[in-house]
Design a protein around this ligand. Sequence first.
Ligand SMILES: Nc1ncnc2c1ncn2[C@@H]1O[C@H](COP(=O)(O)OP(=O)(O)OP(=O)(O)O)[C@@H](O)[C@H]1O
Length: 237
Amino acid sequence: MIELHHLSKIYKGVKALDDVSFTVEAGTVTGFLGPNGAGKSTALRILTGLSRPTSGSATVLGRPYAELDRPGFHVGTLLDAGAQHPGRTGREVLTLGAMMLGLPGSRVDEVLDLVGLTGKEGGRAVGGYSLGMKQRLGIGHALLGRPRAVILDEPANGLDPQGAHWMRGLLRNLAEAGCAVLLSSHQLHEVEQVADRIVLIGRGRVLAQGSVAELSRGRTLEQTFIELTSHADRSLA
Ligand SMILES: Nc1ncnc2c1ncn2[C@@H]1O[C@H](COP(=O)(O)OP(=O)(O)OP(=O)(O)O)[C@@H](O)[C@H]1O
């Protein structure tokens, strides 16, 4: 389970998060949506121990990230698919990750297979990868330790239609295996198809949360998104 409890973050006068609370239950995919600057990355950075909250708490499987024993076995994260060393091959990136976790080399082959990077692609330098291939590698890296919680920032960005279809299947499989999946994205159509629940934030506040059906009420998620976020902008202007 992933839990944000009255989470606030203030950067030198900028209130990036304002009393944000929501839960991602085991066995579900939660889509985390909001306009540019809404506070999504700030929340994910706090959840993954890269930033400290001003107040409130963010926990994964009941603990702040920094207090997890060998976090790679509990939570898989993909915050920036472009962050890998360009001179390493995909296989080397995963091998290093596996070594850090004390996993055998066979897990690298399993993960390359899982994310659809064939032997030839796994042997190429990451600097020559397309964005979609970097996303696949980043997801593979996140899943090396078979974590029970997964936090992904825009994982479908750069994926072609076949890749996006594959991604939806992967996320559903993770949820069905009991994983808590938090998925931040601007791709509303993708989220609509894969998420069980949606959390919509704007200007650092939760504007709405619930199942896709509860939020949409017969409209598209995009219509709901635009209505709720523009309403919040008007009332805060
Ligand atoms: N390190 C920082 N210092 C100061 N302000 C920051 C910092 N990081 C983020 N902010 C501000 O916090 C607010 C939320 O930013 P954040 O990056 O979390 O939004 P986001 O929802 O992830 O946006 P996007 O969809 O564009 O990635 C913005 O006003 C941003 O300018």
